[in-house]
Write a protein that binds this ligand. Structure first.
Ligand code: BES
Ligand code: ZN
Length: 553
């Protein structure tokens, strides 16, 4: 049972979805129908999740009823069906404030001429644009027809043929995705390519040139890529995440277009989800570490293959350091891998713990049993559970059966903190920057600069850092973010106008949340935060708005 869904898949389980939607930029709604094919197991009721949907009618139902809305879960749509029915068609429209949709005005896009729409369904936002059993424990195939205004292009995380989209593999609802805007495509390899607005296409194709090699690298390690195409879609800067692993079509933030491919670990990450997450899926949001921890482990193996062990080690050191940093501010209960999310929005469980503690657990097992055995185990795991949703308990019993080992896995999963014996990442390149002040013109990697900044004494010599390295002018979003965060922490006034500019132009939650949180710590900072937030909030995604509304007040 998934506490974040009203569905009762043990009684009626949806198997297939036919979507038929009009994208109405004029009214900021999607409208049309969702036809659900389901298997009736017990009783005569099909329960769907919804949030802020206007239900117009339900074809094929004897009766239906939209229950009261819960602030986290939305409202259950209870549909009474005649005996032996296997499909209903729900006619509906979304709300202009749907939590899983962002409607952008032309000025918020790169081209400034056309509007843009995209969905973000993870964790429980699919229900705000499709009436569906919105739990990762239920997998469905789907077909979709989507109409957009002339001159715009719709894309989905699915295969496309003559204007229709089809996902022939059963996927959880949080992986259903749609975008529409002034989009163009360029191939990167035989089965990979990139979509973006026209003005970003050259930069995107240059940045993502290693995509095909990355796919091949995972295939060697963990078996075939099973989704047909792997394309990337570069979204406008208000996208609240770094990336989202929609099947066949990863959504990414434009802030990783650094020009030097230094931030493509994000591509490796989202690609890795094609195995961990999309193929083998967390059955509930408490098992989220199964998606993200395994993915970060695979991501670093990709980096190691393509860019070499030193690069992978640098990323691991950055992740390890950030994990400690974040855990220091979390209640103990949030530092376990298997999270208790009772009464909580699953988006709240989204800390670095499932990512970095999860990856560290896998690394530790790998080091204990040896890489050859661990690789064989993971490959077998992806095969064994392919196209299935599993719990932490399923993982544990498979691990015990296939790869008995000495790691205290239960402590890792169910107890707070990092157990002793963890395989701590080591990097010579990172150790070097901890104790060196670089000469002007030093050629360090992005990862080294980040680590250098994060290793400064408290308080850092902000004027000297700026004088010698001009971080305020950095074109690398990660370095700039780190520098601006330090500028707020240390009230380094020369960078504060850049802070405002950054907050007003980027919607990536990982960047916004720490800076706003830091600003709120002083009276002067708070005034600055409120001033920017009032202006910028309408440009942020509803998911980012929800996070920041709780901080900036
Ligand atoms: N699936 C996540 C994004 C996500 C998680 C969306 C939870 C909604 C709820 C994606 O794969 C991810 O982890 N993105 C990271 C980047 C990654 C390189 C760590 C992000 O967006 O920061
Ligand atoms: Zn991820």
């Amino acid at each position: 049972m998934d506490i974040h869904s009203y569905a009762r898949p043990d009684r009626a389980r949806v198997r297939h979805l036919d979507l038929d939607l009009d994208v109405r930029f004029d009214r900021r709604i999607l409208e049309g129908s969702a036809t659900l094919q389901f298997e009736l197991i017990e009783g005569n009721e099909l329960i769907l999740d919804t949030r802020d949907l206007a239900i117009r009618s339900v074809e094929g139902a004897m009766a239906y009823d939209l229950g009261p809305a819960d602030p986290i879960l939305g409202a259950p749509l209870r549909i009474q069906v005649p005996p032996r029915t296997d499909r209903v068609r729900v006619h509906y429209a979304t709300s202009p404030t749907a939590s899983g949709l962002q409607w952008l005005e032309p000025p918020q896009t790169a081209g400034k001429q056309h509007p843009f729409l995209y969905t973000q369904s993870q964790a429980i936002h699919a229900r705000s644009w499709i009436p569906i059993q919105d739990t990762p424990g239920v997998r469905i195939t789907f077909d979709a027809g989507v109409r957009v205004p002339d001159g715009l292009r719709a894309v989905m995380g699915a295969a496309e043929s003559v204007g229709c989209f089809r996902m022939a593999h059963p996927v959880p609802s949080y992986l259903i995705a749609l975008a529409a805007g002034d989009l163009v495509f360029r191939p990167l390899g035989a089965r990979s390519g990139v979509w973006s607005e026209p003005s970003l296409l050259d930069a995107a194709a240059h940045e993502f040139i290693d995509t095909e090699a990355m796919i091949a690298a995972v295939e060697v390690l963990y078996g075939p890529y099973r989704w047909g195409r792997y394309d990337l879609l570069v979204l406008p800067p208000s996208f609240p995440f770094g990336g989202m692993e929609n099947p066949c079509l990863t959504f990414t933030t434009p802030t990783i277009l650094a020009g030097d491919r230094s931030l493509v670990s994000l591509v490796a990450h989202e690609l890795a989800h094609s195995w961990s997450g999309n193929l083998v899926t967390n059955a509930t949001w408490s098992d989220f570490w199964l998606n993200e921890g395994v993915t970060v482990y695979v991501e670093r193996r990709i980096l190691e293959t393509i860019y070499g062990p030193p690069r992978a080690a640098m990323e691991a050191v950055l992740g390890r350091r950030e994990l400690d940093h974040e855990m220091a501010g979390l209640p103990e209960a949030d530092t376990v891998l298997h999270l208790d999310l009772k009464g909580r929005d699953p988006d709240d469980g989204c800390t670095l713990v499932p990512y970095e503690k999860g990856a560290l657990l896998l690394r530790t097992i790998e080091h204990t049993v040896g890489r050859t055995r661990f690789d064989a185990f993971l490959r077998g795991y992806f095969d064994r559970f392919a196209f299935r949703s599993i719990t932490t308990a399923d993982f544990l019993s498979y691990l015990r059966g296939e790869l008995p080992n000495q790691v205290p896995v239960d402590d890792w999963i169910f107890r707070p903190g990092i157990p002793s014996g963890a395989a701590e990442p080591q990097s010579g390149a990172m150790a070097q920057v901890e104790s060196t002040w670089p000469a002007a013109g030093t050629q360090w990697s992005t990862q080294q600069w980040l680590h250098f900044l994060r290793s400064q004494p408290d308080p850092p010599d902000m004027p000297r850092l700026e004088r010698e390295f001009h971080f305020t002018e950095s074109r690398n979003s990660e370095i700039l973010h780190q520098w601006l965060l330090m500028s707020v922490q240390n009230q380094f006034t020369p960078a504060l106008s850049k802070v405002e500019e950054f907050l007003a132009s980027v919607g990536r939650r990982k960047f916004l949340k720490p800076i706003y949180t830091e600003l709120m710590k002083t009276e002067e900072g708070r005034e600055r935060a409120l001033k920017v937030y009032i202006r910028a909030r309408p440009t942020y995604h509803p998911i980012a708005q929800a996070t920041l509304d709780a901080i900036v007040k």
